[in-house]
Design a protein around this ligand. Structure first.
Ligand SMILES: Cc1cc2nc3c(=O)[nH]c(=O)nc-3n(C[C@H](O)[C@H](O)[C@H](O)COP(=O)(O)O)c2cc1C
Length: 220
């Protein structure tokens, strides 16, 4: 099976999507040697070529992070350009990997339903969506701390290569927690009160010179 992968992260190969894709690919290639090619939607000028590639592909994985509860703009642009191909992708199989900064998988369920409808509109077969919460720290974590999700995604990729389907049990494990427990919610509230939950994001804002603009509301 040839697998074509589209990485929809605006961070391209430096993001968390790349890490998750590589874990899937690692497992996939354990079971089946073959062609796995990754394209980066960040390279917007190449979208027309990528659409041609998609039309020629047998199995396609589209991976992206959640951006304001949906897909990043570059992914939406890519999808919008598929409008002319409605109903014409029969015989192709699509699967998705959606991950989010928030730890709860439930944040990605809305976009998961959209992806299922999108696949039907294109006339392709929907193979499912891999959902993973709490992805933001992955690229800075030492390998020891990411062993568990890596192993799970390896297994998902390996099973997929063998059966061309996603194992529901493994997907459920990876998506845990679907919702935070009352205890965890209490902990987050406490961390927010003492300013700890904003620590990482404030650091990012400062690094990008945007800290002073953090309460801007340009559309109000
Ligand atoms: C502009 C922006 C919007 C985001 N919106 C959400 C969101 O609505 N929900 C969420 O859980 N995470 C959100 N995130 C976090 C990303 O999903 C998370 O950082 C992800 O790991 C980024 O993946 P990448 O490194 O492959 O781009 C957002 C991040 C950015 C930069």
């Amino acid at each position: 099976m040839k697998l074509t992968i589209f990485n929809g992260s605006p961070r391209g190969s430096k993001g968390n999507s790349e890490i998750l894709i590589n874990w899937f690919k690692e497992g996939f290639l354990k079971e089946r040697s073959g062609d796995v090619i990754i394209y980066y939607l960040k390279n917007q000028e190449k979208h027309p070529d990528m659409i041609e590639t998609l039309k020629r592909s047998e199995t396609v994985l589209l991976a992206f992070p959640l951006y304001t509860d949906a897909m990043p703009g570059i992914v939406k642009k890519f999808i919008d350009n598929l409008e002319d191909y409605q109903g014409s992708l029969s015989g192709k199989s699509l699967l998705f990997l959606v991950h989010s900064g928030f730890p709860e998988a439930c944040h990605s369920r809305g976009v998961e339903r959209y992806l299922k409808k999108l696949t039907a509109k294109l006339g392709a077969d929907y193979l499912g969506t891999i959902v993973k919460g709490g992805s933001e720290g992955l690229r800075i974590m030492p390998p020891m701390m990411t062993r568990k999700p890596r192993l799970l995604i390896n297994q998902i990729g390996e099973r997929f290569a063998g059966t061309k389907s996603l194992d529901p049990g493994l997907l459920k494990k990876l998506a845990s927690p679907e919702r935070l427990s009352p205890f965890s919610r209490g902990m987050y509230r406490f961390m927010s009160l003492i300013g700890l939950s904003n620590f990482y994001w404030n650091g990012m804002l400062k690094k990008n010179g945007a800290y002073k603009n953090r309460f801007d509301a340009p559309y109000v």
